[in-house]
Design a protein around this ligand. Structure first.
Ligand SMILES: Cc1ncc(COP(=O)(O)O)c(C=O)c1O
Length: 413
């Protein structure tokens, strides 16, 4: 009889701590997190010892299929969904594209004109496909939902963007730059009362705050594994079957016919393990990163040139975004990198010109301050010494800059 045997990884590998390898403080966990050792352990057998296409009916195929279904259950449990609602994709970007394009394709097939509303602070993987639909699908109109100075979507601003033709609303659970958590319940109620579908990109929220897909009343949710110590290149679209959607990829019947293609079994298994650990450690990870974040903010508040964005808003426990008066964020990022501190800036350098982040723009942060933005995102592997190193490096850079400004002023006189 076929039996699932627990396979131990056979590959011997060196310790993979980023810190020991690079002797650096990695403070960019919203960009990606280090793959957890236990996640890698769960994945390795499926990258070597265990073979088989999950669609094959023989024991090898069934073993892979079982592993996928176990992971599906773990991912569903992390976000309060049912396993059958989980569609595995290649990540948050694909999930967001599948949701918007798949929904609008269904509308087009039904020859319905559609309006969708998305918040102004969404990730580009929502904003760009929405823009493409607006520009190239004549029957689709996209309305932008404004945010307030704290980056929050209020019911009032949703009401302003909503029209009777609006059939889908997409508002993220938590912002990747500022960490601002949206209070979605009244927004979802508003959508449900009008028969409008609601999607939330929870790529940054999952594994950091509790989520309840079914209890929330929303119809779709985006997840990405590499934001919660899982592998890069795997994510999920959680779908309530009430939401009409057309597939965008054609081929096999995988993922209930919504996403054709042989499943990436090791990555799915890794996602499942990461989700299981995130659920189990949600509270302890929260306490850990919150303690570091609070200490960091205490230090930042002592630096007069620093302004923390959305400091009084409800935010993810691991994220701080701030501007440093008189600095350019990209330059500051590189100066910090030279001191072995890895953070992210809030601006994008396009054609040699620094553009402030669309998130800070939507929050009406003055352009020069927005251009000086730095995002610090803490993770479970960070320690207080990383926070101290960042604060010390930042103070040094600001002091050197102040001294050279004084010298420049003296030489001009
Ligand atoms: C809010 C949000 N949505 C979507 C994505 C895209 O996820 P992925 O990298 O898995 O494509 C990201 C990644 O930074 C994100 O922060």
């Amino acid at each position: 009889m076929y039996e699932f045997v627990r396979i131990k990884p056979s590959v011997k590998r060196p310790a993979r701590s980023l810190k020991t390898h690079l002797m650096a403080a990695y403070l960019d966990n919203n960009a990606t997190t280090a793959l957890d050792e236990s996640v890698l352990d769960a994945m390795l057998p499926h990258m070597g010892q265990v073979t088989g296409n999950p669609s094959s009916v023989h024991r090898f195929g069934r073993m892979q299929k079982d592993a996928i279904e176990q992971a599906r259950e773990s991912v569903a449990q992390l976000v309060g969904a049912r396993a059958e609602q989980v569609v595995f994709t290649s990540g948050g970007t694909e999930s967001n594209n599948l949701l918007l394009n798949g929904f609008c394709k269904k509308l087009a097939r039904q020859q319905a004109c559609g309006r969708i509303a998305v918040s102004a602070v969404e990730h580009m993987s929502i904003l760009e496909p929405a823009q493409q639909l607006h520009l190239h699908e004549g029957s689709i109109t996209v309305d932008e939902i404004a945010v307030d100075k704290m980056g929050n979507v209020s019911l009032q601003s949703l009401i302003q963007a909503y029209t009777e033709q609006t059939s889908l609303i997409s508002i993220m659970s938590a912002n990747n730059e500022t960490g601002v958590i949206q209070n979605l319940s009244s927004l979802i109620d508003f959508a449900n009362e009008r028969g409008c579908y609601f999607h939330s990109d929870a790529s940054q929220a999952a594994g950091k705050i509790p989520l309840d897909f079914i209890g929330s009343g929303m119809h779709a949710m985006t997840l990405s594994a590499h934001k919660l110590y899982g592998p890069i290149g795997i994510g999920a679209l959680i779908l309530d079957k009430r939401l009409p959607i057309e597939k965008l990829q054609f081929g096999g019947p995988q993922e209930k016919g919504i996403r054709a293609g042989t499943e990436n079994v090791p990555a799915i298994v890794g996602f499942g393990k990461a989700a299981e650990m995130a659920k189990q450690d949600l509270q302890s990870r929260d306490v850990h990163v919150r303690t570091l974040r609070d200490a960091l903010e205490k230090g930042l508040n002592r630096i007069s040139a620093v302004s923390i964005f959305a400091q009084t808003a409800e935010r993810l426990p691991n994220t701080v975004q701030f501007g440093v008066d008189g600095f350019d964020g990209e330059t500051l990022l590189m100066q910090l990198d030279r001191k072995a501190i890895a953070v992210s800036s809030g601006s994008a350098c396009t054609s040699g010109k620094t553009e402030p982040s669309h998130v800070l723009k939507a929050m009406k942060v003055p352009v020069t301050l927005a251009n000086s933005a730095i995002r610090v995102s803490l993770g479970k592997n960070n320690t207080m010494s990383d926070v101290d190193a960042l604060l010390s490096a930042l103070n040094d850079i600001i002091e050197v800059n102040r001294r050279s400004a004084v010298m420049m002023a003296a030489s001009v006189c």
